[in-house]
Design a protein around this ligand. Structure first.
Ligand code: SF4
Length: 454
């Protein structure tokens, strides 16, 4: 099955692609399937990681917005609180077909904490009932990571892709490099050619421009907004002050050769603070790890020179090609493989994409992507309080700096190296499978249970 790399960069809302974006999509899809059925009650049981950390990850509010027919790409962020208040104080919700039904959130969103469903750690069981409590329609839908969803039926019978042929099909990094060697094209050029099977090139470029504009807007918002992040941790936003400090620095500060890293940190913090606050962000490839691609791309466009035309498109095309390898052969879900699948993958994507931006060879791109993941292997997911704040926000800053260093390391060589990207992806999956579930987005291990009280 072929999918577009643009599916890996959706403009949505925070704080989580698997626990917010996926559930909103699933709820909207479920209510849109109800047609004119005489529904008087809607229910959703949540299982596994969604049940364990769903409240901190705003899964409940995502489901309510989905029941209203909102989608992550278009939900009016500024009106979310009003929409939620209307449901919670009014005790009713209006379905996309115009039918208004009573809704009791406590009774009808059931977080079944200790029970995962068999096919994936992020399971949802939706039911639509009539006035006699007879089930009119039900569906089990999984949130697979990165905002992707699949019903039980779709997992058994994957839907046929509307695109059956692309010019350069690949399932592994080795196959991708073989296409590059055979054609003399870069990974970005091959990916752009593959995208032409989905839509005309000008449309692909326009959509990448929209993604980049949304990333820039997110950084700007993160630099402007102040105050405490939502949730019980009382974490203050840092990006605003850091931005002011960086803008007011005197010339002497420029003698620090690593001063540019402060800007990289700023970009990542700004995005992930917006994400934690439920703002508009680009999933890249998840929301928890949404800061790394924009941070490295801001660094590249502001501080580095690219020898290519359309360097931002090349960066995003390459990042998307690398993410495709992880999606096909491992996982993009912290609930499935730990934070390796989120921050690790974003670091790998950004490292390879930066090499492409800087004019490196496909072999150097593959090398950088491999380094980016190799040094994130074993990274657990242990969000404190079930919120996408600690360690997530800072972890994006660290992942961004690591990606830049991975690109630098790869650019010092000729692309030949010992461990291939395919091998490190396989190792990431194996490590994730061996990881105890308490380290996979359940907030039952790691930092989530060992925070020292001051
Ligand atoms: S620790 Fe990593 S995987 Fe877990 S919620 Fe935070 S960013 Fe996502």
């Amino acid at each position: 099955m072929h999918f577009s790399v643009l599916d890996l960069f959706t403009i949505g809302v925070g704080p989580s692609s698997s626990h917010t974006v996926g559930p909103m999509r699933a709820a909207a899809r479920f209510v849109e399937s109800l047609g004119d059925l005489p529904v008087t009650r809607l229910r959703c049981d949540l299982y596994g990681s969604l049940a364990a950390t769903g409240k901190g990850h705003s899964t409940d509010t995502a489901l309510l917005l989905g029941f209203l027919g909102h989608h992550p790409e278009s939900v009016p962020v500024a009106e979310i609180q009003t929409l939620l208040n209307q449901i919670r104080t009014g005790g009713t919700l209006t379905l996309p077909n115009g039918r208004t039904i009573p809704f009791n959130e406590k009774a009808d969103l059931d977080f079944k904490r200790l029970k995962p469903l068999p096919r994936h750690p992020n399971g949802m069981h939706f039911q639509a009932l009539d006035e006699n409590d007879t089930v009119l329609r039900e569906d089990i839908i999984y949130s697979m990571g990165g905002g992707f969803i699949a019903s039980e039926h779709e997992l058994d019978h994957p839907p046929a892709s509307s695109v059956t042929e692309i010019p350069f099909p690949y399932d592994s990094g080795a196959e991708l490099l073989a296409h590059c060697e055979a054609t003399g094209q870069s990974i970005a050029e091959l990916t752009l050619a593959n995208e032409a099977a989905f839509r005309p090139e000008n449309e692909t470029r326009e959509r990448f421009d929209a993604v980049w504009a949304a990333m820039q807007e997110c950084v700007n918002n993160g630099c402007s907004n102040e105050g405490l992040l939502p949730g019980g941790l009382k974490i203050s936003r840092r990006a605003h002050k850091l931005h002011q400090n960086l803008c007011n620095r005197n010339e002497a500060a420029l003698s620090d050769p690593l001063a540019v890293l402060d800007w990289v940190n700023l970009y990542a913090l700004a995005v992930n603070e917006e994400n934690a606050a439920g703002g508009r962000v680009v999933t890249a490839p998840t929301n928890g790890a949404a800061g790394i691609i924009p941070a490295v791309l801001h660094y590249a466009t502001r501080f580095r020179h690219s020898p290519h035309g359309h360097p931002v498109h090349r960066f995003l095309l390459t990042a998307g090609a690398i993410a495709t390898l992880y999606k096909k052969n491992a996982s993009l879900s912290g609930a499935d493989v730990g934070c390796q699948g989120e921050v690790g993958v974003a670091c790998s994507m950004a490292a390879g994409a930066l090499v492409e931006f800087l004019g490196g060879t496909p072999q150097q791109v593959e090398n950088a992507a491999e380094i980016g993941m190799e040094h994130n292997l074993g990274l657990t997911c242990d969000p404190v309080g079930g919120l996408v704040q600690i360690p997530c926000i800072e972890r994006n800053a660290m992942g961004s700096v690591k990606a830049i260093n991975a690109a630098r390391l790869a650019m010092t060589g000729d692309g030949s190296h010992y461990i291939s990207l395919d091998k490190v992806i396989r190792t990431m999956l194996d490590t994730g499978r061996d990881m105890k579930s308490k380290y996979k987005e359940t907030s039952r291990g790691g930092l989530a249970v060992n925070v020292v009280e001051c």
